[in-house]
Design a protein around this ligand. Structure first.
Ligand code: ISE
Length: 337
């Protein structure tokens, strides 16, 4: 039984905690750390076997913790990954691996120096059945070569402190990892365009919506619309244009309603619920891999986290310059092949 320590039990961390306690086979949470002690204690209260450990570094070193789940604020991921690598413990790290490519590189270098692949990144779309189906179709070549993709990542409402940086490193990063995985190619260039700003954009440091244009090494162009206060629902879209046809990500099926001369389908605002199956599958795959003392080959590695960080760095640079920025990626080390 894999004994897991979780750092961070905010809304996503709490869901990961409950998932590991109730749904995932072969794993149990033994300890939790969070800056908000009262809240953490409330979360674990129904589970008397789970300890609250105030200091995350102490949790990482705890002998009753075999593997670490990092869901704390983004700026702490790098430090906790480095600490867990020192202990050679398996790590599930929510994105981003680090706020910068330089920070992500430190983690990759430490993992390589330790000689064992320990990190699985929380890029959950890789475990979503709809994305899997879309990828299988695109890579089958049935529709010819992929040329263009249109993606939209829309959240109903984000807190007022959300800004242009987090819109890239916390939200667009999903499309960055997912599209590289889906088309099996990486990006060479990025440009960010700021359209007219929505009146719902709560912060003058947030251009909402925002358009990110990525070009892959083969010349495919991927448009990503990031709109974190779209108001109406949580809505994720992806359409891939290939030489002989198009393929579009299916939306989750919901009841089809006819009433008062209208025909509609409901939507949700809950992003965590929308991808619940993907989260379940990624955690089961992680627990199975840790219990087999290996890594999950289908999941995103620390190298994928680094590639995403190099891309987000270029997007942040383009936000300032308005120009097309180069993405200086090097060949993946053999360690990650
Ligand atoms: C958020 O940052 C996430 O981490 C979720 O996985 C994603 O579904 C959500 O849309 C993001 O904004």
């Amino acid at each position: 039984m894999l004994k897991v320590g979780i750092i961070g039990v905010g809304s996503m961390g709490t869901q990961h905690f409950l998932r590991l306690m109730n749904k995932i086979n072969g794993a149990v949470v033994t300890a939790v750390s969070d800056v908000n002690e009262a809240h953490a204690k409330e979360v674990i209260a129904p589970y008397p076997s789970v300890r609250y450990i105030p200091d995350p570094v102490e949790l990482i070193h705890d002998p009753e913790v075999d593997a670490i789940v990092i869901v704390s604020i983004d700026s702490t991921h790098e430090e906790y990954c480095l600490e867990a690598i020192k202990c050679q413990k398996y790590i599930f790290c929510e994105k981003p691996l680090s706020a910068t490519a330089a920070g992500a590189k430190k983690v990759v270098d430490a993992e390589i120096a330790g000689g064992k692949r320990l990190i699985q990144m929380g890029f959950n779309r890789r475990f979503d059945p709809s994305y899997e189906e879309l990828k299988a179709l695109v890579v089958s070549g049935r529709l010819g070569e992929p040329l263009v993709a249109h993606c939209a990542h829309r959240n109903a409402n984000y807190p007022a402190q959300y800004d242009d940086v987090v819109a890239v490193t916390g939200t667009a990063i999903h499309e960055i990892d997912t599209m590289a995985w889906l088309v099996g190619d990486y990006f060479t260039k990025a440009q960010v365009i700021f359209p007219k700003r929505s009146r719902h954009s709560k912060n003058e440091n947030l251009h909402d919506p925002m358009i990110i244009i990525l070009t892959t090494s083969s010349g495919m162009v991927i448009n990503c619309e990031i709109w974190v206060n779209c108001q109406y629902a949580y809505d994720i879209r992806c359409e891939v244009l290939c030489e002989d046809g198009t393929a579009t990500l299916p939306r989750p099926s919901r009841v089809d309603v006819c009433t008062a001369q209208q025909h509609f389908t409901g939507m949700t605002t809950d992003g965590l619920g929308y991808f619940a199956e993907a989260y379940d599958r990624e955690f089961q795959a992680w627990a199975d891999a840790c219990n087999a003392d290996t890594y999950c080959a289908g999941a995103a590695s620390a190298w994928d986290g680094y590639c995403a960080a190099v891309t987000t760095d270029a997007c942040l640079k383009s936000q300032k310059s308005g120009a097309v920025e180069e993405i200086p990626l090097t060949e993946s080390p053999d360690f990650y092949k």
